[in-house]
Write a protein that binds this ligand. Structure first.
Ligand code: DGT
Ligand code: CA
Ligand code: CA
Length: 580
């Protein structure tokens, strides 16, 4: 769509003009950008149909801006933009991907130090040049370096949630190929790691040549790096490599075990194998004395022969799971089919794109028993178009209507309220008391001392209406580290108050992370998996939330939305009164 391209240019023009203290024009460009971003139709279609008039009738677009849009559609360029970009050749996108650098700072950095790119920014920060700038200081120099480090950690890796749809498509094509007897994804993807460096797939087939020819011709493939009969590596359009390996059925299990990793898990397993007189590689568990293959067809048989429980892939990180398996104490983890409802969904009442009815229908189709609409409240966070106090009643009427129309699923009214810096909740007790379920989260003032943040969280948990604390750490993978608070104390208070902590399943959050999931369930803290969906297209993220729960060793009984509605209501009633 042209809309987003033009909107992006308008926004950059606004930024630059603003830094030059030009009056009112930046606002006009920004308004026009918002209009373009929210259009359902491509502007070129509007122009083709209605000409210039069609453009000027759009909110915030006058003759001058319409002319620029037309210029872009005719020439692919906007001269005014090109001219400004010559003066300010800044890579805004990458500089502002660091959370402590906004557009204004980016322009300042260019004007004072000539910084255009991330590499130049890094160099300047390392040389101590940033701290000397007015309005920056040592603290912001440190934050910039930290931001770059975070970005580099995920550079070249993609979010699990972003590769999932492509992996699904590749697997289903392989599964439909009749020359293939077995297909499995392995590597970090199978372990449900939050980011993946490349995708690894294993198949069993007697016709490797035909399989490799089939693989490299898939529509998801952009280029071929190595094409062999045992292993082929391609580069996918989504910007990541994919390895396909062909195995014989007789050592498929050992191949799966080897290529699922993690490397640390494999190393530890091999040591145990050696201590028991075996060797272990991708071809099997082999008796060192006789060279006989003891086990190789299935992963289960290999673990069994080593005297261990089967270890689910999400646990294979060498973080204590091997000792547990040797003691036959591997927990039964929550399953991918155990979820009965989603308690974190946004509708078009706030910043979601779909109606409550559309959400209910989709959730019902997924086999859910209940779904909570948890739109933002507007008071503490004016940006995301949330609910005003007077909106809750109106929304309730719509929810009642949907409940009477869509049978077989219960829609609950919730809210994602803001935890204010002082720990208060930005929705009145009167309104909270009328909702079915109350979630609260921190969405502002992330930088607080550990002590103050702990106080803030505890105060929110102690609010008698709060049921769930969403995305407890507020991390955004690759962009923002979680804020600091005393997790153990917060856990204690949450347990005392029957407040549930969320595993937010949004691909760039996955918060609580597996480490904290494990800490929480060690203390018998109850958790909920919520998708934070902003459209029905995102409800499937539940899968990666479950993956995260499994990486944190969670069982079904640790996760409250595995309960049926009746039990869930009872549990919530323990600390709030009004359940519909
Ligand atoms: P990634 O791709 O960076 O997200 O992480 P993985 O775990 O998928 O790593 P990858 O693709 O390099 O290799 C897949 C698995 O193969 C890995 O988890 C363990 C196994 N593997 C690969 N290279 C080695 C190795 O040199 N030694 C051992 N023990 N295992 C290896
Ligand atoms: Ca991999
Ligand atoms: Ca690989």
């Amino acid at each position: 769509m042209n809309n987003l391209k033009i909107a992006k240019m308008f926004r950059e023009i606004a930024l630059i003009l603003e830094s030059e203290n030009v009056k009112w024009k930046p606002r006009a460009y920004n308004r026009a950008a918002i209009t373009l971003e929210s259009l359902d139709e491509d502007v070129s279609d509007i122009y083709k149909r209605e000409g210039e008039k069609g453009l000027t009738r759009l909110p915030g677009i006058g003759k001058d801006l319409a002319a620029k849009i037309i210029e872009f559609m005719k020439t692919g360029k906007i001269k005014h933009y090109e001219k400004l970009k010559k003066e300010y050749p800044i890579d805004f996108d990458s500089l502002t991907s660091i959370s402590s650098v906004g557009p204004k700072k980016a322009i300042k950095l260019y004007k004072r130090l000539g910084i255009k790119t991330l590499d130049e920014l890094k160099e300047a920060a390392e040389k101590g040049k940033i701290r000397k700038l007015e309005g920056f200081g040592e603290q912001s120099e440190r934050e910039i370096l930290k931001g770059i480090e975070l970005l580099n950690k995920t550079r070249g890796r993609l979010l699990l949630g972003d590769v999932f749809p492509t992996v699904d498509k590749i697997l289903s094509q392989l599964r439909s190929n009749k020359d293939i007897a077995k297909v499995n994804v392995v590597g970090s993807f199978r372990r449900m790691k939050e980011t993946v460096g490349d995708i690894d797939i294993l198949v069993v087939s007697k016709k490797p040549k035909r399989i490799m020819d089939f693989f490299v011709r898939m529509p998801e493939v952009k280029g071929v790096q190595v094409k062999g009969l045992k292993k082929t590596t391609v580069y996918l359009k989504i910007g990541i490599d994919c390895d396909l390996r062909v195995f014989d059925i007789k050592n498929y299990g050992s191949g799966m075990l080897y290529f699922t990793g993690s490397k640390q898990h494999n190393i530890k397993l091999r040591k145990i194998a050696i201590s028991k007189g075996y060797k272990l590689n991708e071809y099997g568990l082999i008796d060192r004395r006789t060279d006989n293959v003891v086990a190789s067809r299935t992963e289960e048989s290999i673990y069994r022969s080593l005297g261990m429980d089967y270890i689910p892939p999400e646990m294979r990180e060498n973080e204590g799971e091997i000792d547990l398996a040797l003691k036959h104490r591997i927990p039964k983890l929550i399953g991918y089919d155990d979820i009965r409802g989603d308690l974190h969904v946004h509708s078009n009442w706030s910043d979601g794109s779909d109606s409550i009815e559309e959400i209910a229908v989709k959730a019902k189709g997924m086999g859910y028993e209940y779904i909570a609409i948890t739109d933002h409240s507007v008071k503490g966070l004016p940006v995301s178009g949330g609910l005003k106090p007077s909106d809750f009643k109106k929304q309730k009427r719509e929810i009642d209507l949907v409940n009477s129309k869509v049978k077989g699923i219960k829609v609950l009214q919730g809210v994602e309220a803001n935890i204010m810096p002082d720990g208060s909740i930005d929705v009145s007790d009167r309104i909270l008391s009328e909702l079915d379920i109350v979630s609260a989260g921190v969405h502002s003032r992330f930088k607080m001392s550990k002590k103050d943040m702990t106080k803030r969280m505890i105060k929110a948990i102690e609010n008698e209406y709060v049921n769930i604390i969403v995305h407890p750490f507020g991390r955004v993978i690759g962009i923002r580290e979680g804020y600091d608070f005393d997790f153990d104390r917060v856990l204690d208070v949450a347990k005392d108050n029957n407040v549930i902590l969320e595993i937010n399943a949004f691909p760039n959050r996955l918060d609580l992370s597996p480490y904290y999931v494990r800490k929480a369930i060690d203390k018998k803290q109850k958790l909920v998996i919520g998708t934070d969906s902003h459209s029905t297209e995102q409800l499937w993220h539940m899968k990666i939330g479950i993956g995260t729960a499994r990486r944190g060793w969670a069982r079904k009984s640790d996760i409250v939305n595995t309960m049926g509605l009746k039990k869930l209501k009872q549990m919530i009633k323990l600390n709030t009164r009004n359940m519909c």
